[in-house]
Design a protein around this ligand. Sequence first.
Ligand SMILES: Cc1cc2nc3c(=O)[nH]c(=O)nc-3n(C[C@H](O)[C@H](O)[C@H](O)COP(=O)(O)OP(=O)(O)OC[C@H]3O[C@@H](n4cnc5c(N)ncnc54)[C@H](O)[C@@H]3O)c2cc1C
Length: 454
Amino acid sequence: MTLADDLAARFGQALDTRPEALREASRDFGRLVRATPRAVLRPTSATQIRDLLQYAGPRHIPVGVRAGGHALYGQSQAAGGIVVDLRAMNRVGPVTGDRVTVGAGALWREVLAATLPYGRTPPVLTDYLGAGVGGVLSAGGLGGATHRHGLVADQVLELEVVTGAGEHRVCSPGRDTALFHAVLAGLGQCAVIVGATLRLVPAPGRVRRHCLFYDDLARYLADQRRLAEEARFPYLEGQVRPLGDRGWRYIIEAVAWYDGPSPPDDGRLLDGLAHDRAAAESTDLSYAEFVHRVDTDEELLRTTGEWLHPHPWLNLLLPHDTAGPVVGSVLADPAFADLRTTGLVLLYPLVSARLRAPLFRRPPGRLLWVFALLRTAPPDSHGTAARMVAANRAAYDLARAAGAVAYPVNALPLSAADWRDHHGTGWQSFADAKRRFDPHLVLGRGPGPELAPR
Ligand SMILES: Cc1cc2nc3c(=O)[nH]c(=O)nc-3n(C[C@H](O)[C@H](O)[C@H](O)COP(=O)(O)OP(=O)(O)OC[C@H]3O[C@@H](n4cnc5c(N)ncnc54)[C@H](O)[C@@H]3O)c2cc1C
């Protein structure tokens, strides 16, 4: 019996080998690298995932895991192997007060659709709600509430997983802790997340969003730092936008929640800040409108076709002390000049003590900065996309020399030595976890091509 016949006999209808299914599993949101699997498994139960890993492990068949499909550089692909597409495992609920149990294939917008009718929300959300639960928990998950509450992954109360060794287990901060810590922000390298129990908090009815404009980077950084350390707003992010031919404008996005008819006192919330008062903008929205704000961008970019173009994105975490010079150098680099006409630059602070998942690497110091360079490449020029990925690497090298680390949802080529360096003193415990939970090294490509520890 051939391997294909054997797989078909074992997994029946759940195994999809249609050319269009293989094509879909061979690409991701990044649209930069492609690896075709031999089959896609669409499980509806943890047992099927367990059976697959027990089968694939001893045979050394690579297994990729996919939830929402927004990886940027092939992280959920599996050349010649099997991609587990979890989208069918998207059950959410029931919502019980302060928690909800969700399937790892659910998208965050499906989670919100189930919790908001009960007046509940996860305390931290990423900007985009179309990503999958499994994918965001594997990355860590950063958003405007992270400076207060930590990562999206830090809100997990319990995980149901299948390890690379094919063991179906439940883990939490108090149960099978080593496995719990090897999975959150672990890029799917030790286990497949089947489901997660997430902490919920009361959702505010309305939000008041302030956009505060700065022409001076140092003043922007100082005010952002102050707002993050004082935790003055429940949500804090920021962007950099082009100003004229050469300059940049920095925008704090500070959002306050409220219930009832009266918004919070702007004077008190904005007191002592050095923004351009005449340019400041304030808007009132419902909480649901606010958390779904990127849906409109997605719709527009789907209409123009750009949503399906290559995305050579780079996400860096900068130490506070060197953030100013690194941001200045990268924005002045001609290789990133296209950011003046297209794409998005995010720059906002996080408080290190709030970030708990041990596998989430961060630079030293109490405060760090998310610096995201989100670009789109033309669809028909492989050379341009390759140059943009090379520019990512150069920016990463510059930032790393200044103490930065990557937030590894990137289009960024890394060597095995880079990946080891990324983990710093945590490398040995990560390598031990990998050997223990995925002894055949079949799961997950980490941040890019084949970087599992050996
Ligand atoms: C428009 C847009 C906006 C974004 N904004 C933010 C943001 O504000 N903050 C932020 O932190 N990130 C953001 N991201 C990045 C996004 O959170 C990550 O790329 C995330 O990993 C995508 O998850 P996915 O399930 O959609 O992708 P997938 O491609 O399905 O998975 C991504 C990774 O997770 C692994 N994985 C997926 N499911 C599982 C599972 N069940 N078990 C184990 N491993 C699994 C995959 O193997 C792969 O390595 C954004 C992405 C996009 C496209």
